[in-house]
Design a protein around this ligand. Structure first.
Ligand SMILES: [Zn+2]
Ligand SMILES: [Zn+2]
Length: 264
């Protein structure tokens, strides 16, 4: 087994290790580096690195501090996505880094998430909202300070103690991996993407990550035969030797719904 170091205080190996084990990688956790230095969700430390740079930095640190050839960095982000402001979006990135070759493989997963800030005076009572996300933990901000990692029961208890006082109350989801089940699912999906990238190897040099990296659009419309934005082929590219492999789309033509001419 290849040992892979993952630096985390948030128990992330649980959602990654079972997927990498069948490929011969044993992910182990280390807390030798405080990843909060690179930024926190709750805002105490601002994030200055891009998610990719943050994940790579964590993976390199993991190698360095544990003297292991393989390091894994994980970085989650919230916001952005296809409809900012309308749909909450979560992206999870994993970076697997090998110190001896300096090769980094990035895997990711993204999708909508229902975790968001809660309001006290909505039409739906708070208790009902909390029931929709049963294992999610919460952060309570009041004039007295910040409390993190509160389960629904603890949160309601705390709120009961301070009702009637005229202080500002803010309830946010605790987005740390061990307290956010929706993130756990997304991290798992990113781990599956990493497995796919480790399983696809270059036919010439056997490097990992021989996956589709380019799209050639121009699949002709079935109605008017003009080229559309739909892919007519996909290209796998090797990061190691640069070898390319085209895969032509089997579909005869594009649905006119995707055609700029037939469906402008
Ligand atoms: Zn057309
Ligand atoms: Zn190659």
């Amino acid at each position: 087994m290849q040992r892979v170091a993952l630096i985390t205080k948030h128990e992330k190996a649980r959602w990654i290790a079972p997927y990498l084990a069948p490929l011969g990688y044993a992910v182990f956790e280390s807390s030798m580096f405080d990843t909060d230095i690179l930024g926190t969700f709750s805002g105490e430390v601002e994030r200055t690195l891009s998610p990719m740079d943050a994940a790579l930095t964590k993976a390199k640190k993991a190698c360095e501090l544990t003297a292991t050839d393989w390091g894994l960095g994980s970085e989650g982000s919230f916001g952005g996505g296809p409809a900012p402001g309308m749909i909450n979006w979560n992206e999870e990135l994993l970076c697997l880094y090998q110190a001896s070759t300096e090769i980094a493989i990035y895997a990711h997963a993204a999708g909508p998430t229902s975790v968001q800030e809660l309001t006290l005076n909505g039409r739906v009572p708070l208790k009902q909202k909390l029931l929709l996300l049963p294992k999610q933990r919460w952060i309570l901000r009041t004039d007295q300070g910040v409390q993190k990692g509160l389960c629904a029961e603890q949160l309601l208890d705390r709120l009961e103690q301070i009702t009637g006082t005229s202080q500002k109350i803010k309830i946010e989801p605790d987005l740390r991996a061990m307290h956010c089940p929706e993130r756990q699912q997304m991290i798992t999906k990113a781990a599956e993407d990493l497995v796919r990238r480790l399983s696809e190897t270059c036919p010439q040099c056997q490097a990992f990550n021989f996956v589709v990296k380019e799209k050639q659009s121009g699949l002709p419309c079935t109605l008017c035969t003009l080229p559309t934005e739909q892919a007519k082929s996909w290209t796998r590219i090797c990061d190691g030797c640069g070898c390319r492999h085209d895969e032509v789309v089997q579909q005869k033509g594009a649905d006119p719904a995707h055609c700029q001419y037939c469906n402008p």
